[in-house]
Design a protein around this ligand. Structure first.
Ligand code: 1AL
Ligand code: MN
Ligand code: MN
Length: 456
């Protein structure tokens, strides 16, 4: 039987210890409000330091203050809301997610983790318990997890984790605007010194927890509103530029063309076939011994999400085609083997077509295993949320892998990490169809509240 399919909680409604007004009604209102803060009219888009992101920063900061937290915004645009612990110098619990979005995004990806953490702390605040937390608790709304504008991701969380190199400031977007330029526009400047100030000392951090929509179909299929994340797939982002010889669509004979568009089409179909059937492509020349191709195939995914061409006119054979590649797998050596094989085959194809091919590695994040002990604590927090809402439950809280990336990947370089997944309709995400049931938002808030209560 699926829990909270929307009708199992009517008797829970009026139980005052479930704080439905804050953890569900107000949290859902805030999700819709934040979901309207967009750089575009007609769809949701919020990118690094964009005007909408600046409005989102102020809105989230107000909500943090409404929960009794001390707030500040750091030089990389991360919003912090913190409460001191009753034990001086105790290591801090960090709870976070991201305030930026993809293009034409759903309103829950990132925002749910921020809003439900703030709501859980607000319940403690209203009940006079905030000051009784033994250790400091800090909510962080990270400024750039998706990496939509600069293709490098985790700019916010990487700066807190201390793994953002100063060279990142020179990364430019499609219009040649660098991260340094954007920060300057906001009268901010990042130097080695400021990066050192942004970095948290691992000795002052107890752990990092992130609540996030599953962005997959598992929880809905098994009928659970919450699950605990075992690990997060590694990811690589490439930028491929194919250059040929620009010409007249009507006069260049097919046999004499060096057409980068047709070449790109062949390269993209090759990528798909390699990721669908890696066992058919990966040569067993010893490179592959360190991983199992079968297990690789079960988690290997690849996507070409962006493509552009120059000069992009219907009667001109393009001179250049540029596209992005996103490759993910649970197994890092498997992902590397795929990239190795792919690159070799790409150069061969371009050679045979007399076009040139430049493959730029824009982003790499190794796979992450969540801390087992922290995951067990999150499991019991989810369990107690279910019990409070619908009484006894007889199944285990599910554990599952994440194909999506998360700020927890960057934060795992600073401290132990754990993640709680929230069921989303049809597993749909990175789409305006993304949706979470109000009662599942409630369950997420209650689970965080239960988790926080273990620090009282
Ligand atoms: N939760 C996410 O949607 N993360 C996204 N962003 C990164 N950096 O992975 C992604 O593409 O999976
Ligand atoms: Mn996302
Ligand atoms: Mn996300």
């Amino acid at each position: 039987a699926s829990i909270f399919s929307g009708n199992g909680t009517e008797n829970a409604e009026n139980r005052s210890d479930l704080f439905s007004e804050i953890l569900r009604d107000e949290a859902v209102e805030r999700l819709y409000e934040l979901g309207k803060v967009s750089d575009a009219s007609g769809y949701l888009e919020r990118t690094f330091f964009s005007p909408a992101s600046l409005r989102a920063i102020n809105l989230i900061r107000r909500w943090m203050e409404d929960a009794g937290l001390n707030t500040w915004v750091d030089q990389m645009g991360n919003v912090h809301g913190q409460v001191e612990g009753s034990i001086a110098n105790a290591e801090a619990l960090l709870i976070g997610s991201h305030l930026d979005t993809v293009v034409d995004a759903g309103m829950f990806d990132g925002s749910l983790g921020i809003i439900s953490a703030i709501s859980a702390l607000k319940v403690l605040y209203i009940n006079g318990k905030l000051g009784k937390l033994k250790r400091p608790v800090e909510v962080i709304a990270f400024s750039d997890e998706e990496g939509v504008r600069f293709q490098t991701t985790f700019l916010g969380s990487a700066s807190v984790a201390g793994i953002l190199p100063i060279t990142a400031m020179q990364i430019s977007d499609k219009r040649g605007v660098t991260i340094e330029d954007i920060l300057k526009e906001n009268s901010l400047e990042i130097t080695e010194g400021t990066l050192l100030q942004l970095k948290y000392d691992p000795r002052s951090v107890w752990g990092y927890v992130e609540v996030h929509i599953e962005q997959g179909p598992v929880l809905e299929r098994i009928g659970f509103p919450l699950g605990v994340v075992k690990g997060i797939a590694g990811q690589t982002r490439l930028k491929v530029k194919v250059r040929g010889s620009q010409g007249h669509a009507g006069t260049v004979p097919m046999s004499m063309r060096q057409d980068p568009m047709a070449a790109a089409a062949e390269l993209i179909v090759l990528l798909e076939s390699l990721c669908k059937h890696p066992e058919e492509h990966l040569s067993y020349d010893g490179h592959c011994s360190s991983f199992n191709v079968k297990s690789l195939a079960s988690s290997l995914v690849c996507t070409v999400g962006e493509i552009s061409t120059w000069p992009s006119a219907s009667n001109v054979i393009p001179g250049e085609v540029t596209y992005t590649v996103d490759i993910r797998a649970i197994d890092d050596s498997g992902r590397e083997a795929v990239i190795y094989e792919l690159s070799n085959r790409m150069y061969q194809i371009c050679e045979s077509r007399s076009v040139s091919c430049i493959i730029e590695r824009k982003h790499d994040a190794g796979s992450v295993v969540c801390d087992p002990e922290l995951s067990t604590q999150l499991k019991s927090a989810a369990y107690s949320a279910f019990k409070r809402m619908v009484g006894e439950i007889h199944d285990e809280v599910p554990m599952l892998m994440s194909g999506a990336g998360h700020d927890a990947m960057a934060m795992s370089r600073l401290t132990k990490v754990g993640m709680l997944f929230v069921r989303c309709r049809g597993g749909i995400s990175h789409s305006p169809e993304e949706h979470v049931l109000d009662d599942d938002v409630w369950a997420a808030g209650l689970a965080i509240l239960s988790f926080l209560e273990s620090f009282l």
